[in-house]
Write a protein that binds this ligand. Structure first.
Ligand code: ISE
Length: 292
């Protein structure tokens, strides 16, 4: 932010100095993923509530260092930016899941219209699938025990060395089997699908609200093209949740533990990309009391 555009705002050369400033009460970490661990640890050391965009850290070890620091601090300070838990459609899907009997399978799709040349095959996991990794744990109240990754033929619009699409198969501790299609060059739009199959019925994520048109001899339902538009409301709700908890000197919503589990699971999925369909085990340490 240029100082002349927002005179009340102060500009700091180092994030750590901003975090330590006496007139800073809470911290939003929305910088590049590789800086998240350092800034979140600095906020915990300063005892300040901290909202951190996903990923919490780019490695599971980095996320574990944050969990350890917060447990030592003795109180939750960190909320992770898994905004789908605040999306009205996913909130309704969680309520509906209670009515279909015990879940057995989940079929999901995470489709982007296109990605930049800098987007590589592992990013389909730690930058894209990470949203399903978190929201499905929350929807099912379950954890993952294994991951497999399957690749169909490469899509025509997938650039250079990018392997796209891919299908990730996750198995949970309760025996639920999840398949998630990740297709980041689908071209037609930004399309998120999630269907939960239970003993007694099926619950499906609703399409985003849009006006259906009968026009020019066509029945048309518009499809969004950008993830920022698809989840714009949930970003507001998640930040309001953070601000309310920060006013009480703590944090709510997705925790550092959720960020750590997502990092462990992401690492296993990236490892599974290289095993050509073989399952990679996912083992979680005991959950600290602070996060139960
Ligand atoms: C992006 O970083 C996001 O967080 C979006 O939700 C996801 O759909 C996209 O694939 C990511 O690159």
């Amino acid at each position: 932010v240029q100082a002349d555009l927002a005179p009340a705002a102060k500009v700091y050369d180092r994030g750590e100095d901003l975090i330590a400033a006496a007139d800073v009460d809470a911290v939003l970490v929305t910088s590049t993923g590789s800086t998240h661990e350092g800034y979140v640890l600095a906020a915990i050391a300063a005892g300040k509530p901290c909202f951190c965009e996903k990923p919490l850290a780019t490695t599971a070890d980095g996320a574990k260092r944050i969990v350890d620091a917060e447990v030592t601090h003795g109180k939750r300070l960190v909320q992770v930016g898994f905004m789908r838990r605040y999306d009205a459609g996913y909130v309704a899907l969680k309520q509906a899941t209670a009515q279909i009997g015990a879940p057995i399978m989940v079929h999901a799709a995470h489709r982007n219209p296109t990605v930049p040349e800098s987007y590589g095959t592992p990013m389909a996991i730690h930058d894209t699938l990470i949203h399903e990794i978190d929201v499905l744990r929350w929807l099912l109240d379950d954890d993952y025990v294994s991951a497999r990754v399957l690749f169909p033929r490469k899509a025509a619009r997938a650039h250079g060395g990018l392997r796209d699409p891919q299908v990730v198969v996750l198995e949970t501790a309760k025996g639920v089997l999840i398949d998630v299609e990740i297709f980041v060059n689908c071209h037609y739009g930004y399309d998120i699908q999630c269907e939960i199959v239970g003993e007694d019925g099926i619950a499906k994520l609703p399409e985003p609200m849009a006006i259906q048109m009968r026009l020019d001899a066509k029945l048309q339902n518009p499809i969004l093209t950008d993830w920022k538009d698809r989840f714009v409301d949930s970003y507001d709700v998640e930040l309001n949740d953070f601000i309310k908890a920060a006013a009480r000197g703590t944090a709510a919503g997705p925790s550092s533990w959720d960020g750590y589990v997502a990092a462990i699971t992401s690492d296993a999925c990236v490892a599974a990309q290289a095993t050509e369909g073989q399952a990679v085990a996912i083992t979680l340490p005991a959950r600290p009391a602070l996060y139960r």
